[in-house]
Write a protein that binds this ligand. Structure first.
Ligand SMILES: [Cu+2]
Length: 150
């Protein structure tokens, strides 16, 4: 008697397993494509919104700029007087680089390839200022850009 119950239970488990297996194997075609489409669609959106700049809840402007031979990833920037900036400078090149604005007294460290330096500053005056790399002749070779502060 006990053996019979065990056999019935075993058959139930096997039956449930078989039903589960069939329902699993019949679905992936649809759900996989949906998932991969769902995963790939939002990614570019968040990239284009978040990769280079963002404003934190406490009003800090976050921005990322990359330097390489011999240019910055952004050739123009616009900041606001009095709004704090948290700037991440990434060296995407092979040589050491930095990011400098003389008029605002702002500069990152000179960083090696694949390094990054984060600086925080608050522009205290309006104007148009050139930012540049102070290493070697990089500035003359095009490692510069225009910052407008309003
Ligand atoms: Cu440089």
């Amino acid at each position: 008697m006990k053996n019979n119950i065990l056999i019935v239970l075993a058959l139930l488990v096997l039956g449930a397993g078989a039903i589960w297996f069939v329902s699993q194997s019949s679905q992936p075609a649809a759900s996989d494509t949906e998932q991969s489409m769902g995963a790939s669609t939002p990614a570019p959106v968040s990239d284009s919104q978040g990769s280079t700049e963002n404003i934190t809840p406490d009003g800090v402007r976050e921005i990322t700029i990359e330097g390489s031979e011999f240019a910055f990833s952004l050739s123009t920037l616009a900041f606001k007087v009095g709004q704090p900036v948290r700037l991440t400078f990434k060296n995407a090149g092979e040589m050491p680089h930095d990011w400098v604005i003389d008029e605002l007294g702002v500069r990152t460290k000179i960083i090696e390839s694949n390094q990054e330096d984060v600086i925080e500053f608050t522009p205290d005056k309006a104007g148009t200022f050139e930012y540049y790399c102070s290493v070697g002749k990089h500035r003359e070779m095009g490692m510069k850009g225009m910052l407008t502060v309003e």
